[in-house]
Design a protein around this ligand. Structure first.
Ligand code: FMN
Length: 325
């Protein structure tokens, strides 16, 4: 019998397959089903740092009474937070799998106190979806990176539960950046987030959103960095995300060094019950390759076995293109 259990964020997961933060995890009923289908954990839909401000602002545009504005502002804010905390609390009452809360944030602010509230509501861990888009020529990269460090430091001061940071793909020196996150207390990184992607409609001559769901090809970049980070920043855990659409992709990410994987688009496309297929096929592959436990093969193909990853990648690059006639 294959043992799928893994450890992630200090939690024992019965399977390495986590359902990523999205509309798939925004209600207790959905989370109960995800557990039934075999999910190892769920990351709840994110609460946005500015969500309450924005909602309040749009409601108050026509309001001439400042006291009413204050009341409404507090009401909307509490309601959003209250709803989120109830989701954590009720999910924890109904399921046995770990429930990871998620915040989408851009800066250190009042919202940081939410980390403590999430912990008190029973969240097993917190995932920070930090999205800082560099748009200014005035600031160098260090200034943007410092923002991430400040957020992790502030959140770790606020809560004792483990913290994962879900990152975008574009950093100059990801190993050093992630090592700095680790030094500030981050327990794991999720590689990678998939941000809003723009497209252009040339008939209407306007911007449109590109497909919200990923494609299986998008696993490539994540696979490289999971392999590299898990071997050079060994102290931090790595969770793979983006482009995991089938059981082969799950297996590849585990071989590359992921402690666990997150799936999202694949469940939107195939239905949440697709977790069962992913799990069954993972077990079949383990049986075929005589692995009793997932732990036996996590990281088997990470970059540790490669003496110099830089030289390796360069030689692969040269081979890749020079072989093609
Ligand atoms: C409809 C939808 C809603 C999402 N909402 C969130 C969210 O609230 N917070 C978050 O961190 N990621 C969110 N994501 C991103 C996913 O968690 C995931 O990182 C991304 O889709 C890449 O994984 P995939 O290739 O398995 O889809 C969302 C994705 C989709 C498709």
């Amino acid at each position: 019998m294959s043992n799928l259990s893994v450890s992630y964020l200090g939690l024992k997961l019965k399977s390495p397959i986590i359902v990523g933060s999205s509309g798939l995890t925004d209600s207790v009923d959905k989370i109960i089903k995800l557990e039934e289908y075999g999910a190892g954990a769920v990351v709840l839909k994110s609460i946005f740092e500015e969500q309450t401000n924005y909602e309040t602002g749009s409601m108050l545009n026509d309001n001439a009474y400042p006291e009413a504005a204050d009341y409404l502002s507090a009401y909307v804010k509490n309601n959003t937070i209250e709803k989120y905390l109830s989701l954590i609390q009720e999910s924890k009452e109904k399921v046995n799998i770990p429930v990871i809360a998620s915040v989408n944030c851009v800066s250190v602010g009042e919202w940081v106190s939410f980390a403590k509230m999430a912990e008190e509501a029973g969240a097993d861990a917190l995932e920070l979806n930090v999205y800082v888009l560099p748009t200014s020529t005035k600031y160098d990269s260090e200034r943007y990176e410092t923002r991430y460090y400040d957020i992790v430091t502030a959140v770790k001061n606020e809560t004792k539960i483990p913290v994962a940071v879900k990152l975008g793909q574009h950093f100059t020196n990801l190993p050093s950046f992630i090592n700095n996150l680790y030094k500030r207390g981050a327990d794991a990184v999720v590689l990678f987030n998939r941000f809003y992607a723009p497209d252009i409609n040339i008939d209407k001559i306007e911007f449109t959103p590109a497909d919200i769901l990923s494609s299986p090809q998008e696993i490539r970049n994540s696979l490289r960095w999971v392999g590299l980070i898990s071997s050079v920043v060994e102290e931090i855990e790595v969770c793979a995300s983006t482009g995991i659409h089938n059981s082969s992709a799950v297996i590849k990410q585990l071989l590359a060094g992921a402690s666990a994987v997150q799936v999202c688009s694949a469940l939107y496309k195939n239905g949440p019950e697709y977790i069962k297929t992913l799990t069954d096929e993972l077990k079949q592959w383990m049986n075929k390759n005589t692995f009793d436990e997932v732990k036996e093969f996590i990281g088997r193909l990470n970059y540790k076995r490669i003496k110099d990853p830089k030289v390796f990648e360069r030689s692969q690059f040269m081979k890749y293109y020079s072989d093609k006639k």
